[in-house]
Design a protein around this ligand. Structure first.
Ligand code: NAD
Ligand code: TYD
Length: 350
């Protein structure tokens, strides 16, 4: 029996983690704390709403009193912390919000864990979900390992890096049992259409321009979101306290090549003429401080904990596109409202 507080469980990765834990571990009680920002969506969790081992609480991880009440009321013994502001472009326009949620929010949770667990840290765990972006940007070669020096370059990654440091500091100073994972770019169902893959799927469907930053030569390492959720399950149960594990897809793509694959699959699925979607590609001004390349060496988690990605990219991208084409209502609900305002400001494209 465990009482697990999952934060950010209504977001993209969080909803897959919550669903996996609620369904696969009926003996665990899962408390999902989420503020429901623009990125949080309870639609993502419909299928587990009725489960007796699941409870949702709408609230802010920066709210000290609320976090205290939750720890006490539910005798929280584990935290899986995903709540964050997560989009680099938004961090460029509003860095303060990123510092508040990603740093102060993490500190609020850590400090409550310290208060609640310090006298009896046995069988407790604070699991912090982080990103490969804390390591900065790679050149043509090399991979990020767990010992790569931190070198964050965007307000988003700077805030995530800072939160990672606080987690390690609480382990070192107060003996709080922690584990951290740093994962590469995720893709799959339920991702908010501000990130590259769902944004482009949506724009292709609507025959809107596909805004490629710079020359489209930046490289990312993509992992299917359910494989990340499985890795989180493995690290939660088998990870060594105080350790860091990198999680990645062994799957690097130059943006423009990835975009062409999406265009090709979409042409086929939508019965459009070959090459029709590629015509929508529009090169736009580059992102400020755009990191060139991310790539993860996931050898440690694979060797020590036996985790490997299960899906090949071709299969993952088909599954993702199918999901978006089958869930038009989900997409429609999101892109009405504030999304349009964000989109017009960010891209200034029709
Ligand atoms: P997301 O933006 O889709 O979801 C974030 C969730 O956190 C939302 O449900 C939102 O409502 C909630 N939230 C935001 N501020 C909050 C607050 N103050 N209090 C409570 N809840 C709040 O993000 P995601 O892509 O699912 O990322 C989840 C985590 O994984 C983040 O910590 C991110 O840094 C990390 N990560 C993401 C990726 C990726 O490719 N998406 C890769 C590696 C690591
Ligand atoms: P994104 O999904 O925002 O993830 P991250 O910046 O955290 O890696 O972007 C992935 C890549 O796609 C990144 O190199 C930026 C690029 N990109 C575009 O070219 N156009 C876009 O409209 C977006 C959102 C991203």
């Amino acid at each position: 029996m465990k009482n697990i507080l999952i934060t950010g469980g209504a977001g993209f990765i969080g909803c897959h983690v919550v669903k996996l834990f609620v369904k696969n571990h009926p003996d665990y009680k899962i408390i999902n704390l989420d503020k429901l920002t623009y990125a949080g969506n309870l639609e993502n969790l419909k299928e587990i709403e009725g489960y007796s081992n699941y409870e949702f609480i709408k609230g802010d991880i920066c709210d000290i009193d609320l976090v205290k009440d939750i720890f006490e009321k539910y005798s929280i013994d584990s935290v899986i912390h995903l709540a964050a502001e997560s989009h680099v472009d938004r961090s460029i326009t509003n860095p303060f919000e990123f510092a508040q949620t990603n740093i102060i929010g993490t500190l609020t949770l850590l400090n409550q864990a310290k208060i609640s667990w310090q006298d009896n840290p046995k069988d407790k765990l604070f699991y912090h979900i982080s990103t490969d972006e804390v390591y900065g940007s790679l050149g043509d070669s090399g991979l990020f390992t767990e010992t790569t020096h931190y070198d964050p370059k965007s307000p988003y990654s700077a805030a995530k890096a800072s939160s990672d440091h606080f987690v390690r500091a609480y382990h070192n100073t107060f003996n709080i049992p922690v584990v951290i994972t740093n994962c590469s770019n995720n893709y799959g169902p339920n991702q908010f259409p501000e990130k590259l893959i769902p944004l482009f799927i949506n724009n292709i469907q609507q025959k809107k321009p596909l805004p490629v930053y710079g020359k489209g030569e930046n490289i990312r390492d993509w992992l299917y979101v359910e494989d990340h959720a499985k890795a989180i399950d493995v690290v939660f149960h088998k990870g060594k306290v105080g350790e860091t594990y990198n999680i990645g897809g062994f799957n690097e793509w130059k943006n423009i090549d990835l975009i062409k694959v999406i265009c090709k699959v979409m042409d086929k699925k939508l019965c459009r003429e070959k090459g029709e979607s590629e015509k929508l590609i529009t090169y736009v001004k580059d992102r400020a401080g755009h990191d060139m390349r991310y790539a993860i060496d996931a050898t440690k988690i694979s060797k020590e904990l036996g985790w490997k990605p299960s899906l090949q990219f071709e299969e993952g991208i088909e599954k993702t596109i199918d999901w978006y084409l089958e869930n038009t209502e989900w997409l429609k609900n999101i892109i009405s409202g504030d999304y349009q305002e964000y989109y017009n400001k960010q891209y200034n494209l029709r």
